[in-house]
Ligand binder design. Structure first.
Ligand SMILES: Nc1ncnc2c1ncn2[C@@H]1O[C@H](COP(=O)(O)OP(=O)(O)OP(=O)(O)O)[C@@H](O)[C@H]1O
Length: 220
């Protein structure tokens, strides 16, 4: 499966946020978007998901235009920056509701075993993020959009998620964004940089310094 988003133009009132954007994601490849605060990364993920309507955009799946919002196709799962699981729901029910195996989760995150019957809202912010990120990544959807999956997580948990992403990419289109650029670079097959409304494919990591996303010497 190949997902392409093309010709995106997004305005809020008079202000142009995104212009002439083209991005491609495909099964077997992790595609990541880097960019400074406020450059439009979350907006772009929301446009792909279908809950933000830009002035123009064209989404193609295997070369075929998709005219309805992607979220209505049951092909896509999206991890937003905010928590989306009801606080009062017990963890075991959360996993049942999303049809995700609790015991597989415990293999990766042993420390959660004691939380099986705890309410989601009683977990810490980072623990809630782990549950939500896991559920989205393991969801039975072909397209996975992740907005800042690494922020708020401890180093070991980040490594676990990088391994899970590398497993899941073989059957899913994975598109993500995060400010933790080293982890993004490690886990990605294709990188894009959003800057000044435009997107640039990054072929050489040095471009991240040349385009002033990173300060000179950051990659040494
Ligand atoms: N509903 C809205 N109305 C007006 N402006 C908005 C709205 N949503 C986002 N923006 C503006 O669009 C720009 C891009 O926002 P977006 O959230 O996509 O940035 P981002 O790259 O994800 O930033 P960060 O890395 O800080 O999360 C910002 O300048 C933001 O203020």
């Amino acid at each position: 499966m190949i997902l392409e988003i093309d010709n995106v133009e997004l305005y809020f009132k008079e202000k142009c946020i995104l212009q002439g954007i083209y991005l491609k994601g495909e099964i077997g490849q992790v595609t990541s978007i880097l960019g400074s605060n406020g450059c439009g990364k979350s907006c772009l993920l929301n446009i792909i998901f279908g809950n933000l309507k830009p002035k123009y955009k064209l989404i193609r799946l295997n070369n075929k235009p998709i005219l309805k919002p992607l979220y209505r196709t049951k092909l896509v799962a999206y991890l937003p920056q905010h928590h989306f699981i009801p606080k009062a729901m017990k963890l075991i029910l959360v996993f049942k509701m999303f049809n995700i195996n609790w015991y597989d989760f415990i293999i990766y995150f042993e420390a959660f075993e004691i939380y099986k019957n705890h309410k989601f809202g009683n977990l810490s912010g980072g623990e809630r993020r782990i549950v939500e990120t896991y559920i989205i990544l393991r969801s039975h959807r072909k397209i996975i959009l992740l907005d800042e999956p690494f922020s708020h997580l401890a180093p070991l948990q980040i490594e676990t998620f990088k391994n899970i992403i590398s497993e899941e990419k073989h059957q899913k289109v994975i598109i993500l964004t995060d400010h933790m650029y080293q982890h993004i670079i490690d886990v990605s097959d294709h990188l894009y940089l959003l800057k000044n409304r435009h997107i640039k494919p990054i072929k050489d990591l040095k471009d991240l310094e040349d385009f002033k996303y990173l300060s000179t010497g950051s990659l040494n």
